[in-house]
Design a protein around this ligand. Sequence first.
Ligand code: HEC
Ligand code: HEC
Ligand code: HEC
Ligand code: HEC
Length: 171
Amino acid sequence: MKKSIILVVMMAVTAAGLSSQTFTYVGSAKCAICHKTETQGKQFPIWQGTKHSKSFAALSSPQAADVAKQANVQNPAECPDCFKCHAPLYEKAAELKAEGVTCEVCHGPGSEYKKLNIMKDLALAKQNGLIVYDNQDAIKKQCLTCHANAHGKSFDFAAAVEKIKHNKPAQ
Ligand code: HEC
Ligand code: HEC
Ligand code: HEC
Ligand code: HEC
């Protein structure tokens, strides 16, 4: 009896220890190891072809200088106000700042779920930090954290999803 209580306590401690703080960001090159093939759906090259992979670089463009001037920002490529959407990992994983809106911004930090045996089991992957979206509303809510009225532009959700989609091909 006593033993099992101790075991339960130990399991609770372990579970708490595995909460978000132990999940760290690994960068898109790690995801690419498995998510670049035709059969998996080429998620990595597709993402590379979208503006999300260039959102940090965009802060060094001439256009960014104009946007910055209007926002009273001196150097957009070093401005946390711009990073919030253009380099969202700048605080949690500064070394991945230049990846911009990268895989783990939308799918959660991958240190634990990226292991093949875990990735193959969706429930286990979720327990290990993977974020997936169950319906269109959940996806839209996530997009709007950055796209709601960004620079005064409206957001056409359906068209935007179409532009960045990276589905696994039907079997
Ligand atoms: C060792 C190989 C491997 C690595 C590394 C890997 N994945 Fe996966 N991933 C898989 C496999 C296998 C599946 C299951 C796909 C299937 O259904 O056949 C999967 C599924 C997924 C899914 C879909 C889950 C679902 O069923 O809806 C997402 C999202 C995902 N991976 C994101 C990532 C991200 C982000 C990274 C990098 C942090 C990553 N993966 C790294 C192999 C990998
Ligand atoms: C609330 C989120 C958010 C913030 C904060 C933000 N941006 Fe943006 N920015 C976006 C989004 C979203 C787009 C893409 C809009 C579209 O095309 O639909 C964008 C687009 C841009 C573009 C156009 C890039 C291109 O090549 O297409 C530039 C330049 C830019 N932002 C500069 C800045 C600068 C400079 C700052 C800081 C002063 C900043 N942004 C702050 C969300 C943001
Ligand atoms: C963390 C902030 C962030 C989130 C979350 C986000 N985006 Fe973006 N998105 C951006 C920024 C910043 C840009 C502009 C990048 C650039 O132009 O360099 C952008 C650009 C885009 C573009 C290119 C615009 C164009 O017309 O070429 C599309 C499409 C897009 N996002 C779709 C989506 C969708 C769909 C979602 C939700 C699944 C989403 N985004 C979530 C920040 C974000
Ligand atoms: C702007 C947010 C965003 C970014 C960036 C992003 N994804 Fe996704 N991803 C989504 C959404 C939304 C879906 C569709 C809903 C879902 O399955 O969760 C999705 C689906 C997936 C799936 C499941 C595909 C399927 O049909 O089963 C995989 C695998 C995946 N993403 C991997 C990646 C990888 C790897 C990267 C980086 C190279 C990445 N994603 C970048 C938002 C994003």
